[in-house]
Design a protein around this ligand. Structure first.
Ligand SMILES: NC(=O)C1=CN([C@@H]2O[C@H](COP(=O)(O)OP(=O)(O)OC[C@H]3O[C@@H](n4cnc5c(N)ncnc54)[C@H](O)[C@@H]3O)[C@@H](O)[C@H]2O)C=CC1
Ligand SMILES: N[C@@H](CC=O)C(=O)O
Length: 818
């Protein structure tokens, strides 16, 4: 024998009721059944609202009652042919008249009591169950309708009545003997006291009615039919990748339900749990879906052995944290007792408790709506101690939520809470309080409500998602290098997803003119057409919007050459958003800024990466870091670090003017957006400074000697004036070339660092020099270290160009994401 319960959405209208009936008919082909139904979806609220309006003297209750009547009439008329409707319509009409009479009374008295509330609320289930029973009977099913009030007996605690099992269980067994029918239709939620007066057993009580009946009849299973396909690993409205849990223990299901998984009403499970009756959660609208099976611990453990140790993630919003603190609390028994007594006298439910081992503070979480009442009660209870300054006034913090991991198996697996808190920490989610019951079935963290969705996604990704980790990018500077980067991401995303389990989502992009955002990911094929139509660029707005998205695994990528952009990195790092910079300004700015950014990254568990600042896509900074981290000491660096200058001196042979060759380098995408930075030596100064700093030396730009070769006047004025100036000074460049040729040398712009001193400048390089054979836009870096003392460690290759630079930025993004 099976007990099936259908909730409000399952019986909301005639169409849904037809689905219910077809499920019931399928069931009774093999087995007898008892079907417990809720009121038509939303009806209980409408009934109680009518009463509330009437009590307020608001005549809108009449309109609501008319809607209640219409809902039922419509349902009857849609289900049952006209010729057979009259009996049922008159039942509905009589009930609606009674509802109206009661509400008129409430309106006159301006008062509503819990007893009258129960009487009114009961009409919902009473009517729905009769309509469904009549429809089934008409459909040829051997059905019998039962008013639950005849069987389920409670005390007189109206609206939350407690069931008297000693009377109820035998009543049920006696009434539902299936002697004359295949299926009983029973009204959920409602009961009666010893005088036969209507009571209700709490919201969600239809589940409870079904569970009590299942226990009384020793049913084979209890099926809870609802509008989702089972209990899910997280709220699917918050975690898009949430999935149905196929099997779960009673204890886990109760924990998840308590923490917001509204699929089942927690007390429901107690009667069936005591009898070890399996519970199925099934979807009325997708009956073929397997659903979730709730069983006892051992059965669930066997199934879970190879599955996740965390069964689900849940949350409760509208939480207030109350902290009672004071030096007078230490070592004195009775403080917690008095705190809880004060709360309990006001009927304030405590959701979570933590106490510091120093006994200096006790912290409890309650529903935020009770926070003010709690403060008054607790401050009054401790007024004496507060006057003596032994206890501080109760501290109340609101805007909080609880996020909880649930799973029986967590207790036998070390490291679950470590993993939970490190995942939250990596994403900048501040945990305000923690609680873990000794059963270790639940680990709860209190976080800001703003962080709930992010926290649930972070935890879901960490504990459940084996497919991929989603990374969110906010990119400023989609020019030459930035465009290539977007192209590479588009091309490589599928590979990354398959091989590295990373999915890159570009959420925000900006150039100096426009910016756009798309939470689900900007289309990387059409962004060039879309960006000019998007909102005007504003760096401050970009930062605010990016941070307000509050997405997990976020990375800010700077591919501009702009100082203002470099100045916002700290905003991101302080929110645990990693920063990948192609822009060299931050790492070569004042030492204290460079150091602070590194410290912020470490303090906020994120990354500050700038590999492309030196040698574009070449692994220069990574290699240097490896040397230093493994204890090597860098004594000297010798390098050609400008792709532009190497290209220019490799191509300048007198056949074209120097100015024309520089223009060519800019057109190829090797120069800085402002090419004077390359030609004047600033770009190379920045690079050698960054290398010296990464090697462990504290240096400033002003410590670097720049032996510039460009006539000083060319650095003044606009970029166009700069090209014209170089044209006028062609003889100067020709002379530099001829002098080098005479000595059988090449011109190279070399950076050196030795004994804590650095310099950059043009040098004559002879064929026996390591720097001589360097072609095109190549860079070369020679590290002389304690371990590479005789022969330097050499890194050589293309040191400029959009493609290679974009791939270096891409590699930093992947490093930051992993
Ligand atoms: N081109 C190369 O070979 C290499 C370049 N880099 C660095 O890459 C960066 C970018 O270089 P390119 O792509 O060649 O320059 P680009 O001039 O083509 O692109 C820069 C982009 O930044 C945008 N931008 C500037 N200020 C902005 C602001 N305040 N807000 C939003 N967007 C802004 C511009 O509109 C442009 O889209 C530079 O910092 C450069 O030093 C680093 C290594 C090699
Ligand atoms: N403008 C730079 C590009 C890389 O940093 C160069 O020419 O090297």
């Amino acid at each position: 024998m099976k007990v099936l319960k259908f909730g409000g959405t399952s019986v909301a209208n005639a169409e849904n009721i037809s689905k219910v009936v077809s499920i019931v008919k399928n069931t009774i082909r093999e087995d007898k059944a008892v079907v417990v139904v809720s009121a038509l979806g939303g009806l209980t609220d409408m009934l109680l609202k009518s009463a509330a309006f009437a009590a307020e003297g608001n005549e809108d209750y009449k309109q609501l009652i008319a809607e209640i009547e219409k809902r039922h009439f419509d349902t009857v008329k849609a289900l049952i042919p006209v010729a057979h409707q009259s009996h049922l319509l008159s039942i509905v009409k009589t009930a609606v008249n009674e509802i109206e009479d009661i509400c008129n009374g409430i309106f006159l008295l301006n008062e509503i009591t819990p007893r009258i509330k129960d009487r009114l609320a009961a009409y919902g289930e009473w009517l729905s169950s009769q309509i469904i029973a009549a429809y089934m009977q008409f459909d040829g099913v051997k059905v019998q309708w039962v008013d639950a009030r005849e069987m389920i007996k409670t005390n007189s605690n109206y609206t939350q009545a407690q069931v008297d099992f000693s009377l109820t269980l035998p009543n049920i067994a006696r009434t539902l003997d299936h002697k004359s029918c295949d299926v009983y239709i029973v009204s959920g939620f409602i009961a009666s006291n010893e005088k036969g007066i209507t009571t209700t057993i709490g919201r969600g009580g239809s589940d409870y009615t079904a569970a009590i009946i299942a226990a009384a009849l020793n049913a084979d299973t209890l099926e809870i039919w609802t509008d989702v396909s089972g209990m899910m690993t997280a709220d699917p409205r918050l975690a898009a990748n949430a999935k149905v849990i196929d099997r779960i223990s009673y204890g886990e299901a109760m924990e998840l339900s308590h923490f917001g998984a509204k699929v089942i009403y927690p007390p429901t499970l107690q009667p069936v749990m005591n009898k070890n009756i399996p519970v199925w959660i099934k979807n009325t609208f997708a009956p073929e879906d397997p659903g979730t099976l709730i069983v006892n611990d051992e059965q669930s453990v066997v199934a879970a052995a190879s599955e996740n140790i965390v069964r689900g993630i849940s949350s409760i919003n509208n939480i207030a944290l109350l902290s009672l603190e004071g030096s007078g609390m230490v070592g004195i028994p009775g403080f917690s007792k008095r705190l809880f007594e004060a709360l309990s006298q006001e009927r304030i439910n405590v959701i979570l408790i933590t106490q510091s081992s120093s006994e200096h503070s006790i912290c409890v979480a309650v529903d935020a709506s009770k926070a003010e009442l709690a403060k008054q009660a607790v401050d009054a209870a401790f007024a004496g101690e507060q006057a003596l300054q032994l206890v501080d006034p109760l501290k109340v913090e609101t805007g909080l939520s609880i996020v909880a991991l649930v799973g029986e198996q967590m207790k036998s697996h070390p490291g679950v809470s470590g993993r939970m808190f490190s995942a939250l920490g990596r994403n900048g989610i501040n945990v305000r309080a923690i609680a873990q019951g000794s059963s270790e079935k639940n680990i709860s963290a209190v976080v800001s409500t703003e962080d709930v969705a992010k926290a649930i996604n972070v935890l879901h990704e960490d504990f459940f998602e084996t497919t991929y980790k989603q990374v969110h990018l906010f990119i400023v500077g989609v020019g030459n290098v930035g465009s290539k980067l977007l192209e590479q991401i588009d091309q490589q995303n599928a590979w990354l997803q398959e091989r590295l389990k990373l999915k890159i989502n570009v959420v925000g992009i900006s150039n100096s003119r426009n910016m756009m955002f798309h939470k689900k990911g900007i289309d990387l094929k059409s962004w060039k057409e879309e960006l000019p139509k998007a909102q005007p660029a504003s760096l401050q707005d970009f930062v605010e919007i990016a941070l307000s998205h509050n997405l997990r695994n976020s990375i800010f990528v700077d591919i501009s050459a702009n100082a203002e952009v470099a100045a916002v990195y700290d905003r991101f790092l302080q929110k645990s958003v990693s920063v990948v910079a192609c822009n060299k300004i931050a790492a070569s700015s004042e030492y204290k800024i460079y150091k602070r950014l590194k410290e912020l990254a470490s303090a906020y568990n994120c990354k500050f990466l700038f590999e492309t600042n030196v040698g574009a896509g070449l692994p220069v900074i990574g290699t240097l870091n490896d040397l230093v981290h493994s204890g090597d000491k860098v004594h000297k660096i010798e390098a050609v670090l400008s792709g532009t200058l190497n290209y220019v001196f490799n191509h300048y042979d007198g056949s074209r003017s120097f100015s024309e060759v520089v223009r060519q380098a800019q057109a190829e995408g090797y120069t800085e957006p402002d090419p004077r930075l390359d030609l004047g030596g600033t770009d190379v100064m920045r690079k050698i400074l960054i290398l010296a700093r990464e090697a462990g030396y504290e240096m400033e730009m002003s410590d670097i000697v720049n032996n510039a070769f460009l006539p000083a006047e060319c650095m003044e004025g606009s970029v166009e004036a700069f090209y014209e100036c170089m044209q006028r000074h062609e003889a100067h460049f020709r002379k530099l070339l001829e002098e080098a040729k005479e000595k059988n040398c090449k011109l190279k712009f070399v950076a050196t660092f030795e004994n804590g001193k650095a310099a950059v400048g043009l040098q004559h390089i002879s064929p026996d020099n390591d720097l001589y054979n360097l072609y095109g836009k190549d860079n070369v870096v020679l590290f002389y270290t304690s371990r590479y003392a005789e022969q330097p460690l050499v890194i050589k290759g293309a040191g400029a160009g959009a493609d290679v630079t974009a791939s270096g930025v891409f590699a930093d993004i992947v490093r930051a994401a992993q």
